[in-house]
Design a protein around this ligand. Structure first.
Ligand code: V3L
Length: 85
């Protein structure tokens, strides 16, 4: 992405980077000024709310995670559940 930004979701004690495909969807949606973006992740539909910066499972919104758009270089647990450090 321009400026070296990436998208992250909350893990237990750190941040996971979204996979490449989902990151691109988020970035496109965010840049076009959408309030929300719907994602299909491992067979589940999730809603990302750019106002609250939360990811919620569509059929169970109690399953929520913080998200952030931050520098690609921040410390992270890995990408989409695959550990890198
Ligand atoms: N991308 C990939 N997998 C996801 C995502 C996403 N955006 N959102 C949820 N899941 P929930 P630690 C995460 C997975 O929110 O040890 C991590 O990727 C989620 O995976 O209740 O807590 C790790 O694989 C979880 O397995 O709908 O940091 C794993 O948690 C499942 O969907 C453990 O990470 C249910 O999440």
């Amino acid at each position: 992405f321009d400026g070296g930004y990436q998208w992250f979701y909350e893990g237990r004690n750190g941040w996971w980077q979204y996979d490449e495909r989902t990151s691109k969807e988020l970035e496109t949606s965010y840049k076009s000024g959408d309030k929300t973006c719907e994602l299909l992740i491992a067979g589940f539909l999730y809603i990302v709310d750019f106002e609250s910066m939360l990811q919620l499972r569509r059929n169970d919104p109690s399953r929520r995670r913080k998200i952030k758009r931050d520098f690609a270089t921040i410390p992270k647990k890995g990408i989409a559940g695959l550990r890198t450090e």
